[in-house]
Design a protein around this ligand. Structure first.
Ligand SMILES: Cc1cc2nc3c(=O)[nH]c(=O)nc-3n(C[C@H](O)[C@H](O)[C@H](O)COP(=O)(O)OP(=O)(O)OC[C@H]3O[C@@H](n4cnc5c(N)ncnc54)[C@H](O)[C@@H]3O)c2cc1C
Length: 430
């Protein structure tokens, strides 16, 4: 067997710097037999493994690097309801499945809240999210969202804010109005991912870090091969999202990696925090290519945004993101930037996550289009249901047709970049 590749450490983010060091999990050695083998230790993989373990399945989870090493341990930590492309899914099936989609939309938030309580996961979870409009057209979108929350009797607090109320809530003149939803919120994603992995492990999930999967041999019981071992299972779940290149025959051209980037200031004085975000909300603007930001538990501004589609991180992330932050908050000029980092998000052309099966027993789920903290938890449950034989929600997504771009990653990235140029231009329109 080949030598195992050394696991890569977490990227140098505020998150990695603020988690307690953990002993980690050993690499896979030898051949193991189980019910389900999960490939990838981000939210998709960990959440699926935990759901399956709660239902009594034997699970082995293989992570190439460390748990939470990918987007799940690096993201903005914004826990926002919904699955990317929801409106398109609704149009595809008609109003018949509107109720099902609405229930699914909030499921990820519920799962996260329940797990934090049930397993005692300390991940700085806070309630409250504000979507802020820059243009009248965007405000009309927020008003429609507000109407739907009302019509469906959403049980948690939500309200529309006019320009003056938004100014008082966010300490900036940048926006013309906003919508607050208190069931959404924010959290420390790496702490959540590690906490869910600990919970899964406590229920018997066998976790192996530093165990990159190099091949899958298909059959009635597929064999998942790593450098120093293999797992034989009834079902396999591919959860490597934008970081895996497995099953190229079936999956190449389906999902593309885009970069998203975040900076963290030094901890801000209490008075500044009270001025710019007194309610401690997660914030997104309503552009197609969003700026997203929030305060960390120790009072830093974590400001993120701007995708790139070259697959290469900019040399100086702060040089790109800091001016965007200063446009909204000029008064943060005087504060140091302590951390800057980025990660890959999985983009699907029609913006609907790609769920499916290869040969009936190798499941894949990927391409949350930058909206995955909540959606990964939803899809973890949907895939676990499918493995247990309940297909209703899996079918909704599996039946969506996805366009695969021929010509490999480079060509695909150019097309996605073109699509994003379109969205950027739309953001410039009034
Ligand atoms: C900078 C940034 C900010 C974001 N902000 C937000 C936000 O605020 N809110 C939100 O909802 N979403 C956000 N997202 C998106 C969100 O983080 C992702 O949608 C989500 O984390 C995807 O989780 P995942 O488990 O599918 O993939 P990942 O977390 O990327 O995990 C994939 C894992 O698979 C492993 N892997 C890959 N190949 C193999 C292999 N061959 N063998 C074994 N393991 C393998 C990788 O090492 C990795 O750990 C952001 C993303 C980024 C990058």
């Amino acid at each position: 067997m080949k030598q195992a590749t050394a696991p890569r450490p977490h990227t140098a983010s505020y998150y990695a710097a603020s988690v307690a060091s953990e002993p980690g999990y050993p690499a896979l050695e030898g051949v193991v037999s189980t019910d389900v083998c999960v490939v990838g230790g981000g939210f998709t993989g960990v959440s699926t493994a935990l759901t399956l373990a709660e239902r009594g399945y034997r699970v082995v989870l293989l992570e190439a690097n460390r748990i939470g090493w990918g987007a799940s341990g690096r993201n903005g930590g914004q826990l926002i309801a919904g699955v990317s492309g929801e409106a398109k899914v609704r149009r595809r099936y008609g109003e018949d499945i509107a109720d099902l989609l609405w229930k699914m939309r909030w499921l990820g938030n519920d799962i996260v809240h329940d797990r934090v309580a049930q397993y005692g996961i300390d991940c700085d979870l806070r309630n409250g999210y504000i979507e802020a409009a820059l243009k009248p057209r965007q405000m009309r979108g927020l008003e429609a969202e507000h109407r739907e929350l009302e019509a469906r009797g959403h049980p948690h607090e939500f309200r529309l804010l006019d320009a003056a109320e938004t100014r008082a809530t966010l300490g900036t003149e940048a926006y013309i109005g906003s919508l607050i939803t208190m069931r959404n919120g924010h959290l420390h994603p790496l702490k959540l991912c590690l906490g869910e992995a600990r919970a899964a492990h406590s229920l018997g999930v066998q976790i192996h870090e530093g165990s990159r999967v190099t091949a899958i041999q298909h059959g009635a019981r597929p064999r998942v091969v790593t450098g120093q071992g293999a797992v034989e299972a009834d079902s396999v779940v591919l959860a490597g999202n934008a970081y895996h290149a497995l099953e190229r025959k079936h999956l190449s051209g389906l999902t593309f990696a885009a970069g998203s980037y975040i900076i963290a200031t030094e901890p801000l004085p209490e008075a500044v925090r009270r001025e710019i975000n007194p309610l401690d909300l997660a914030v997104c603007d309503t552009n197609e290519i969003v700026d997203y930001y929030r305060l960390s538990a120790d009072g830093r501004m974590l400001y993120g945004g701007r995708c790139n589609y070259s697959g290469r991180a900019p040399r100086d992330i702060a040089a790109t993101i800091r001016p965007r932050m200063l446009k909204v908050y000029p008064r943060l000029q005087e504060f140091r930037i302590d951390y800057q980092w980025g990660g890959r998000i999985g983009i699907v052309l029609n913006r609907i996550p790609a769920l499916g099966r290869i040969n009936g027993n190798v499941y894949y789920v990927q391409g949350y289009c930058g909206h995955g903290v909540n959606a990964t938890h939803i899809m973890g449950e949907v895939v676990a249901d499918a493995i247990a034989g309940t297909m209703e929600r899996f079918d909704v997504y599996e039946r969506i047709r996805h366009f695969r771009i021929p010509g490999g990653q480079w060509f695909g990235n150019q097309l996605v970049a073109l699509g994003m140029l379109y969205f950027r231009l739309r953001d410039l329109l009034p």
